[in-house]
Design a protein around this ligand. Structure first.
Ligand code: NAD
Ligand code: WQD
Length: 361
C-alpha cells in the first residue's frame, strides 16, 4: 500500500514515516518545508534503510497535488500538514484558516477526483477546550476552543465528518493527540522548532544544552497538587505507532469490491456504515497526567542535569488539567503508549544534545 503523508518532513510526520516504512508501507511525502527541513527525510531513510518519495509542494497548489496523484497511485492519506503555533494563530488568523482549512479542502478535492477517500487527520486535544471531564474520553463534548489554531482542528473534524455524511465511501480517522514530546531513539530525528520554542519540552531541552538560560514556568497557583498545569505527555514514537494502527484499522474496513458502489445505489443503514466507510475518533495519549514540575524533575533524573527555572505569571489560554482516557484506542486499535516520561526526557535530550542547532547542523 502506498500512503501519502502530508507534512511528512515535520516532527510527527517524520517519526510516522519511520514506522510506516518499518511496517512495509510505501511512503510519498508532500511538504512545503514551511516549518521543516528535507534533512529529516534523508535521516528517515538512513534509520530505516528504505527509500521514500518526496514531493516539495504546498497543499494550496492544486496543480502540483493533482500531478502528484497522477504520478503516484495513492491508497490513503495521513494528513499532518498545517501550521501549529497556538500563539501565532491569534495574531495571524487569516494565515492559519487559509493554510489549514483551504489546504485541507484542496487536498480532499484532489483526493476525491482521484478516487482516494481514506484520510487520517491530525487533530488535537485542544478541541476539548477546558475539558468537561477528566480523564477525557472521546465522548467528552468539544469545549470552547481557545485559539484560531485549535478552531481549525475543530472545523476540520466537522468538514471531514460532513464529507463522509455526503459520501459514505469516505473513511475518516480523527486522531486527537495530547502532548507529543521525545524523539527517535537514534537521536537522528526530533523536534526542531524555529526560534524560541513555545512548548515546554523543546524549551527545557534548549535550557539543558545551554542555548537558553532558564525555563519560565507559567503559573504555580493552579488547582493541582503542586500548583503547575497537568498534561498528558506522549512519546512521539508511540504516537507514530498509533498512526500505523489507526491506518490498519481504517484500511481493514475497506469494503469488498463493489460494496461502495452498491451502497451508493441502494443507500446504507447505520449498521452497514463501518463496512463501507466510517468516521472514527481516537484520543492518542497515555492516560496519565504529569505537572510541569514533574516533567522538569523527570528530565533532570533521566539526564543527570539541572534545569534552572523561575515561576512566571500564567499564560493566557492554558487549562489547568488535561489528560486522556486512552482505553478506546487500546480496546479498538490494540494500541497503548509504552514509553515512560523518563524515556521521553532522555530521548529529547539525546536529540537536542546531538543536534543543538536542529537540522541546521
Ligand atoms: P510540524 O510543523 O513539525 O509539521 C507540519 C508540517 O507541515 C511541516 O513540515 C510543514 O512544513 C508542513 N506544512 C505546513 N503547511 C503546509 C502546506 N500548506 N503545504 C505543505 N506542507 C505544509 O508539526 P507537527 O508537530 O509535526 O504536527 C503535525 C500535525 O499534528 C499538525 O497538523 C499539528 O497541528 C498536529 N498536532 C500537533 C501537536 C503537537 O504538539 N506537535 C499536537 C496536536 C496536533
Ligand atoms: C505544557 C505546559 C504550559 C512552556 C500545546 C497546544 C496544543 C497541542 C500541544 C497542537 C503548560 C507550560 C510551557 C514554557 C511552561 N498542540 N509551559 N513554560 O499548551 O499543553 O499544548 O501543544 O495541537 O494544542 O496548545 O503544551 O508544551 O506549550 O505547555 O511553563 O516555556 O507547560 O503553561 O502548562 P500545551 P505546552
Amino acid at each position: 500500500m502506498r500512503i501519502l503523508v502530508t507534512g511528512g518532513a515535520g516532527y510527527i510526520g517524520s517519526h510516522t514515516c519511520v514506522e510506516l516504512l518499518g511496517a512495509g508501507y510505501r511512503v510519498v511525502v508532500v511538504d512545503n518545508l514551511a516549518n521543516s527541513n528535507e534533512e529529516s527525510l534523508r535521516r528517515v531513510q538512513e534509520i530505516t534503510g528504505k527509500g521514500l518519495t518526496f514531493v516539495k509542494a504546498d497543499l494550496l497548489d492544486r496543480a502540483a497535488l493533482d500531478a502528484l496523484f497522477y504520478e503516484h497511485p495513492i491508497d490513503a492519506v495521513i494528513h499532518f500538514a498545517g501550521l501549529k503555533a497556538v500563539g501565532e494563530s491569534v495574531y495571524k488568523p487569516l494565515e492559519y484558516y487559509h493554510n489549514n482549512i483551504t489546504g485541507t479542502l484542496a487536498l480532499c478535492d484532489v483526493m476525491r477526483s482521484h478516487g482516494v477517500k481514506s484520510i487520517v487527520f491530525s487533530s488535537s486535544a485542544t478541541v476539548y477546550g477546558d475539558p468537561a471531564q477528566i480523564p477525557i474520553t472521546e465522548g467528552c463534548p468539544k469545549g470552547e476552543i481557545m485559539s484560531p489554531y485549535g478552531r481549525t482542528k475543530g472545523m476540520l473534524e466537522q468538514i471531514l465528518t460532513d464529507l463522509h455524511t455526503a459520501d459514505p465511501g469516505w473513511q475518516v480517522m480523527l486522531l486527537r493527540y495530547f502532548n507529543p514530546i521525545g524523539a527517535h531513539i537514534s537521536g537522528r530525528i526530533g523536534e526542531d522548532p524555529k526560534g524560541i520554542p513555545n512548548n515546554l519540552v523543546p524549551y527545557v531541552s534548549q535550557v539543558a544544552v545551554g542555548k537558553l538560560e532558564k525555563l519560565g514556568i507559567f503559573g504555580h497557583d493552579y488547582p493541582t497538587p503542586d500548583g503547575t498545569c497537568i498534561r498528558d505527555y506522549i512519546h512521539v514514537v508511540d504516537l507514530a505507532v498509533g498512526h500505523v494502527k489507526a491506518l490498519g484499522k481504517m484500511m481493514g474496513a475497506v469494503p469488498k469490491a463493489g460494496a461502495v458502489a452498491d451502497s451508493i445505489k441502494g443507500g446504507i443503514g447505520t449498521s452497514d456504515r463501518d463496512a463501507v466507510g466510517g468516521v472514527w475518533v481516537y484520543n492518542l495519549g497515555t492516560g496519565v497526567g504529569y505537572s510541569v514540575l514533574d516533567v522538569i524533575h523527570a528530565y533532570e533524573t533521566a539526564n543527570n542535569i539541572k534545569i534552572p527555572y523561575e515561576f512566571k505569571p500564567r499564560r493566557a489560554g492554558d487549562v489547568p488539567v488535561c489528560y486522556s482516557d486512552a482505553t478506546k484506542a487500546r480496546d479498538e486499535l490494540g494500541w497503548v503508549a509504552t514509553h515512560t516520561l523518563e524515556d521521553m526526557c532522555r530521548d529529547s535530550y539525546r536529540w537536542q544534545s546531538a543536534n543543538p542547532r536542529g537540522y541546521e547542523g
